[in-house]
Structure formats: structure tokens, C-alpha cells
Design a protein around this ligand. Structure first.
Ligand SMILES: Cc1cc2nc3c(=O)[nH]c(=O)nc-3n(C[C@H](O)[C@H](O)[C@H](O)COP(=O)(O)OP(=O)(O)OC[C@H]3O[C@@H](n4cnc5c(N)ncnc54)[C@H](O)[C@@H]3O)c2cc1C
Length: 383
């Protein structure tokens, strides 16, 4: 969608410049967020903090406005600033950011006006149930939701094991295979799934080793009606091909931020332990140089988030994989650098090890990224 096609009520420029946004996000991250990070790790869902960050424009900087296209670099930097302090909150920023992307790119006037406006200003929060579809398109698993066409929309049934940034009045973007009757399903439909819709049951998840405060639930749908007002895309493949690079690229903010947080904690013990830490691998100066290089690469990719070429997407997947691998190494090395103090249950260092594991397993996981890079290097997604 061009900025000029946007509904009139959305036509306003961001309140803050990219630099002002970053400074404001840093103040929130290093103040109230830092104080809540341990509670979030243990299960506190930081709804008011997410609203505050949304109010600054931290999860909508990438969206188009009347004055021009969105700024992906600013959105990624804001996410990194938060992830540096709390990876779980950085992940929820990503959930909110990609859900906003789905709404804006849907081109459905019922979603691009008030629904998107409330999403942008944080009065409504939502996530994304696209792990399963992304893995389906990468031929890793099959679609878990099935949609039957009915008058005015679809009836959708099935179960999604885990979707984050949810609450009883929240929502997520989801995809279902459209029932082809006697024939196998030929296409899919993408829609906004509201947790309070009749036929939707939110289920508590088993305890995770991290990310406990991310508002993650299982969703069970039984004949849930999805009307045309909530349709994001049908068919979905061209839509996904259009947004997939932006979807993956935004996650680099989490990887960069968690890595930076790990490096910070290595420097924190340098004066005291540098005399012995110098014998470790992955020292903070070396990791910082590698991270700065990755950051520069991501900022360059962020200039053209809708480049639809396969080469560009492979480059994005590769940067995301590098981010996940660097994040794992940095978190591990931070623990080596901090020793026993980093092993305390209250330490951000051991929390960050678990956050780095999540960066590596959340879709697209490292194994998924490598499979996609291998597949796309020889073939393109079927139209
Ligand atoms: C804390 C958390 C938050 C998440 N938030 C989201 C989200 O917001 N949106 C989203 O779409 N996805 C979400 N996911 C899913 C995530 O993105 C990945 O899909 C998931 O971690 C598995 O990815 P994988 O590629 O490693 O798959 P693998 O683990 O290799 O394989 C996954 C397959 O294993 C099966 N499986 C094995 N054990 C279990 C189990 N105990 N429960 C259920 N299935 C099982 C599933 O059927 C699935 O097909 C979340 C996961 C976690 C742990």
C-alpha cells in the first residue's frame, strides 16, 4: 500500500524523530523496564509498559504514514534498545510490530482505520500466530487451522499450541487452510483472530524456561466465525511473500539487543575479573566488533524491507541466523565472564542465556533458517 492510499484518520507523521524515539525508548528500557525485567521473566505481563512503548511509536515506526514510508531501521533499533534490558519485552514488541504490519498491508478498510489506529497507539495489543504457516510454507509442518467457507466469511477450527502477546481482549494474525471439499485445500486465508470471539478458548501453556511474561497461550478454535471485516489476505501466499523479509528482519532487533545486553555484562566485571577473563574466548571487544558489523548490515537491509527478490530474502535470513548464533555465543560467554554471580537465579546474565535460546528457537529457528536458505538457493516458494 502506498502512503497516499492510507485512510485519512491515519494520516499523521510520527510524533518523534528517529533519534528522539530512541532516546525515549532507552529511558523507559533502563528505568521502569529494568526494574520489572525479573518479574516479567517470572510471568508478569507488562501491559502498561507495552502501551507506553506503543504510545512513543516504538512498535509502529516501521508503518507507513501520509508523509512517507515507515522507518524499519528505527523500529529495529527501538526493539534492540528494549531487548538489551529484557528479551521477553523485545519479543512482545516484535509481536505487536508484525501484527501492525499485517493490518496495514491487508488493504482491508475495516482493519486499516480504527483497528490499526488503536493498535498503533497501544490501546489495543496483539500478536502473530504465523509460526505454523511459516513452517508450512518452508515444508516443515502442515497447517493446524482449517477454514470452511460460509455466508459472509469462514468457520475456523483447530488448535495453535502457543501464541504470544495475548490477553482476553487481544488478538493475533492467523492463517487457516480453506476446506476444498472433496479436493485437497488449494489456498489459505489469513485473518485477525480475536481472543474473545465465540468459539475461541485460551489455554494456559506449560511453564517455559523463559519468556514467561509474554502473554503466551494456546488457542483452541471450534467453528469460530471469521467475517470479511477481519480478513487480512486471501489467498495468503502472495501476501506472505510480500511481507516475509520485513517479518524476519524485524526480529534482528531482538538478536542485536540481547547480544548487546550480554556484552554489557562482560564489561561490568572487567575491572575485577579481566586479569583472568582475558583467557576466555568471545571477549567483549571482539563480540562488539562482530555485533557492530551485523548491525550495519541489518540497517542496510532495513532500507528496502519490501524488496521481493529471493536474493534479498536469503540475505535477510542469513543476517537473522547470524544474529541468533551471535546471541547464543554472547550470552554463553557472558556467563563465563561473570562466573558464579551470573549463575544466581536473580542475575540478568542467566536470564539472558534463556532469552538467547528463545531467539534461536522462535520461528524461524536456526534450523528453519538454514533449511530455507538451502531451499531458496535452489528453488522459489511455489506461487
Ligand atoms: C515462549 C514461546 C512463545 C511463542 N510464541 C509464539 C507466537 O507468538 N506465535 C507463534 O506462531 N509461535 C510462537 N511460538 C512457537 C515458536 O515460534 C516455534 O514454532 C516453536 O518454538 C517450535 O519451533 P521449532 O521450529 O523449533 O519446531 P520444533 O520444536 O522442531 O517442532 C515443532 C513441532 O513439534 C511438535 N511438538 C513437540 N513438542 C510439543 C509440545 N510440547 N507442544 C506442542 N507441540 C509440540 C509440534 O507439533 C510442532 O509441529 C512460541 C514458542 C514459545 C516457546
Amino acid at each position: 500500500m502506498n502512503a497516499t492510499d492510507l485512510p485519512r484518520e491515519l494520516i499523521h507523521p510520527p510524533l518523534l524523530s528517529a533519534g528522539e524515539l530512541l532516546a525515549a525508548v532507552r529511558t523507559v528500557a533502563q528505568g521502569p523496564l529494568a526494574r520489572q525485567a525479573e518479574a516479567i521473566d517470572r510471568g508478569h505481563y507488562p501491559k502498561s509498559l507495552l502501551r507506553e512503548l506503543a504510545g512513543l511509536g516504538a512498535m509502529s515506526a516501521h508503518l507507513d504514514t501520509a508523509t512517507g514510508p515507515g522507518d524499519y531501521g528505527a523500529a529495529i533499533r527501538a526493539m534492540a534498545e528494549v531487548s538489551r534490558v529484557c528479551g521477553a519485552t523485545g519479543f512482545m514488541m516484535w509481536c505487536q510490530a508484525v501484527c501492525g504490519l499485517y493490518l496495514q498491508q491487508s488493504g482491508n478498510p475495516a482493519l486499516t482505520s480504527e483497528v490499526l489506529q488503536r493498535h498503533i497507539n497501544g490501546s489495543a495489543l496483539g500478536g502473530t500466530a504465523l509460526s505454523n504457516p511459516m513452517k508450512t510454507y518452508a515444508q516443515i509442518e502442515s497447517l493446524l487451522l482449517k477454514a470452511t467457507p460460509v455466508a459472509g466469511g469462514y468457520r475456523v477450527s483447530g488448535t495453535l499450541p502457543w501464541v504470544s502477546n495475548l490477553g482476553p481482549d487481544q488478538y493475533c494474525g492467523a492463517v487457516a487452510a480453506v476446506d476444498g471439499g472433496e479436493q485437497p485445500s488449494s489456498h489459505e486465508v489469513m485473518f485477525l483472530l480475536r481472543c474473545d470471539a465465540p468459539g475461541v478458548e485460551m489455554r494456559e501453556c506449560p511453564s517455559f524456561s523463559g519468556m514467561e511474561g509474554t502473554g503466551t497461550y494456546g488457542l483452541r478454535l471450534k467453528d469460530c466465525f471469521i467475517g470479511t471485516d477481519d480478513i487480512i489476505a486471501c489467498p495468503t501466499k502472495p501476501f506472505i511473500v510480500g511481507i516475509r523479509a520485513a517479518f524476519v528482519m524485524l526480529q534482528c532487533g531482538m538478536a542485536v539487543g540481547v547480544t548487546q545486553g550480554a556484552i554489557d555484562t562482560m564489561w561490568a566485571v572487567e575491572a575485577q575479573l579481566g586479569h583472568v577473563n582475558q583467557f576466555l574466548e568471545d571477549r567483549p571487544d571482539a563480540l562488539q566488533a562482530e555485533l557492530d558489523g551485523l548491525n550495519q548490515r541489518v540497517m542496510k537491509l532495513a532500507e528496502t524491507p519490501f524488496d521481493s527478490s529471493t536474493e534479498f530474502f536469503i540475505d535477510v535470513l542469513d543476517a537473522r541466523a547470524h544474529g541468533a548464533e551471535l546471541c547464543l555465543r554472547a550470552a554463553q560467554s557472558a556467563l563465563m565472564h561473570q562466573g558464579a554471580r551470573g549463575y544466581l537465579l536473580s542475575s540478568e546474565v542467566q536470564r539472558r542465556v534463556r532469552e538467547s535460546h528463545f531467539v534461536a528457537i522462535v520461528t524461524p529457528a536456526i534450523k528453519h533458517l538454514r533449511k530455507e536458505i538451502a531451499r531458496l538457493s535452489t528453488e522459489e516458494m511455489p506461487a
